[in-house]
Ligand binder design. Structure first.
Ligand code: FES
Length: 548
């Protein structure tokens, strides 16, 4: 029974009348529109406008929209500060917020407007919990900036700090680049974490192919948002709820998309979390197995040279889907929320003549996928290596151990890291950080100093999607819970073998046993508030760092 017809809900009606709603509107399906608008970052700056356009589409299709919004944390603005600890934590808060609003209001269906990194998986996690028909609208990438006759993104900004450290740029150059790198609203402008997760959402079937690709400032974005309002009403009519869309086939396709598009390591964490929320069995090694079979077919930064706007002009994720479908790498029967099939999406994909962004599986941009999962004596529960299309490699080097990101960054900037070193940054895990800070300041500084290919970095923290180089993150178990990372000493030999899929510490077990006996867990990093609550409940990175 609708609110309009339930005698006992007259008090609720009074509040809806107060908002200007008519009885007829109360009888229509109530569609929640969750926006992650936050006026503290460019990434989500367009969300209020987009949410209003979704509402227009909902009304046009016979529904009653109800808008609300959540918090969001910008990874870029908080990077290299204690605030970065809030970033991954925000994923849980956003998911919880959307879930709570859904449960409180009993919406018939939902649209989630998302942008910055954590907002995308958070929305999917919430939708998996609520299981009402739902569509995700990705607000779109930022356009690239122009500086000294080349396209630039936030990646250039972070690497400029390393170039400054070795004298290739001075502070005036860095300050000038900062004025040009990010020309307006939108998410970070290449296949970093936000765009990786936007592609994942398309391939999971929760976002209509062709809409998330549209950049944030493109003049067709608002009309696309209205279309999403109509699509969600159609999804409601077809009962296209997440439990019918988020299947093992959908997860498979999403993992393929991450590998094929040179996606961010954070996708591993988020896919594990989404699978858990959807009740799907997914182990970190299965992600590794798919990544091993799928080449990179896009030439997107950070592994290539193109931006997200270039992908949009070239044909978008629909063109990527066509290529993957033709190669038999997708499971074609997975359900898409807009009612199309993968065959429909592939047939409708418009490839721009002469485009250079999307290659083919037969002639890929890079033969080897973006990511690899390693295990070994240093990571018994697994970790993630970012390959970004590099050849498999074996590296053996002395450990340079740092407790926390800040000490490591200082050592790099002071020139204390040598080619061949294996940097260990520990106590940055889900519970120990807490919140798995992203190590972009470190990877940016290494690349900027020309050490990106000669120094390996191993951490229980995370990496930005912008990060590249020889980087291994999400090491589990983390140091704070007594994982082997806590037992490494300066000078110990670390062996990385990507072909074998191993990460090992060449220290005899008896010696490790002695160190284990004398190891003392560090003080709790935080005692109060949201970070303490998170640290007390968060699971391992190999379980997606979820809190349930
Ligand atoms: Fe928000 Fe990159 S910091 S998308």
């Amino acid at each position: 029974m609708s609110i309009a017809d339930d005698p006992d809900r007259a008090p609720a009606r009074s509040h809806l009348y107060a908002m200007g709603m008519s009885e007829e509107e109360m009888r229509r399906p109530m569609i929640g529109i969750a926006s992650t608008w936050t006026g503290t970052m460019p990434c989500n700056l367009t969300h209020r406008e987009l949410a209003a356009h979704v509402a227009t589409g909902v009304r046009r299709a016979g529904g009653t929209p109800m808008e609300f919004n959540t918090i969001a944390v910008s990874d870029n603005l908080t990077m290299h500060t204690p605030g970065m600890r809030a970033s991954l934590v925000s994923r849980e808060i956003i998911a919880d917020s959307i879930e709570l609003m859904g449960r409180a209001h009993g919406f018939d269906a939902l649209v989630c407007v998302v942008g910055c990194d954590k907002t995308v998986p958070a929305a999917i996690m919430a939708l998996a919990r609520l299981d009402v028909p739902a569509v995700v609208l990705y607000s779109g990438s930022m356009m690239p900036g122009r500086w000294r006759d080349r396209d630039v993104t936030i990646q250039d900004m972070w690497e400029a700090l390393g170039e400054r450290a070795v004298g290739r740029l001075d502070q005036a150059d860095v300050d000038d680049l900062a004025k040009h790198a990010c020309p307006g609203p939108g998410t970070c402008a290449a296949q970093y974490t936000a765009n990786t997760m936007a592609s994942v959402t398309d391939f999971l079937g929760l976002a209509p192919f062709g809409i998330g690709d549209i950049p944030a400032v493109a003049d067709t974005k608002n009309a696309a948002a209205e279309r999403v309002g109509e699509i969600v009403m159609d999804a409601l009519a077809r009962d296209a709820r997440p439990s019918r869309v988020l299947t093992e086939d959908a997860l498979h396709n999403a993992i393929v998309s991450v590998a094929a598009m040179g996606g961010s390591t954070n996708a591993v964490l988020h896919l594990l979390a989404i699978a858990r929320e959807a009740g799907l069995p997914l182990r970190i090694d299965e992600i590794g197995a798919i990544c091993r079979q799928v080449p990179i077919i896009t030439r997107l930064m950070p592994s290539g040279r193109h931006t997200a706007a270039d992908l949009w002009r070239a044909g978008g994720t629909a063109l990527v889907a066509r290529r993957l479908l033709e190669a038999g790498l997708l499971r074609p029967d997975a359900v898409l929320v807009d009612g199309r099939t993968y065959a429909d999406v592939a047939a409708a994909a418009e490839e721009a003549p002469g485009q250079q962004v999307v290659a083919t599986v037969e002639h890929p941009a890079k033969a080897r996928g973006a990511l690899a999962i390693l295990r070994g004596s240093l990571a018994p529960d697994g970790c993630v290596l970012k390959l970004s299309g590099k050849e498999d490699f074996r590296r053996e080097g002395p450990a340079r151990v740092f407790d926390g990101e800040d000490a490591c960054f200082a050592a790099i900037q002071e020139g204390r890291i040598r080619p061949g070193d294996v940097i260990i940054v520990r106590y940055e895990g889900p519970a120990g950080g807490p919140g798995m800070r992203e190590m972009l300041s470190i990877t940016g500084a290494l690349v900027g100093q020309g050490l990106g290919d000669s120094v390996a970095l191993v951490t229980d923290g995370r990496f930005s999607g912008v990060s590249h180089g020889m980087v291994i993150g999400h090491v589990a178990p983390e140091a704070y819970v007594g994982g082997p990372l806590a037992l490494v000493h300066d000078g110990d030999v670390v062996v990385i073998d990507s072909a074998a899929g191993t990460l090992d510490l060449s220290v005899p077990e008896e010696e490790l046993g002695r160190r284990r006996d004398t190891w003392v867990r560090p003080e709790r990093p935080v005692e109060r508030g949201v970070l303490a609550k998170y640290a007390a409940t968060v699971k391992s990175a190999s379980d997606g760092a979820v809190t349930v």
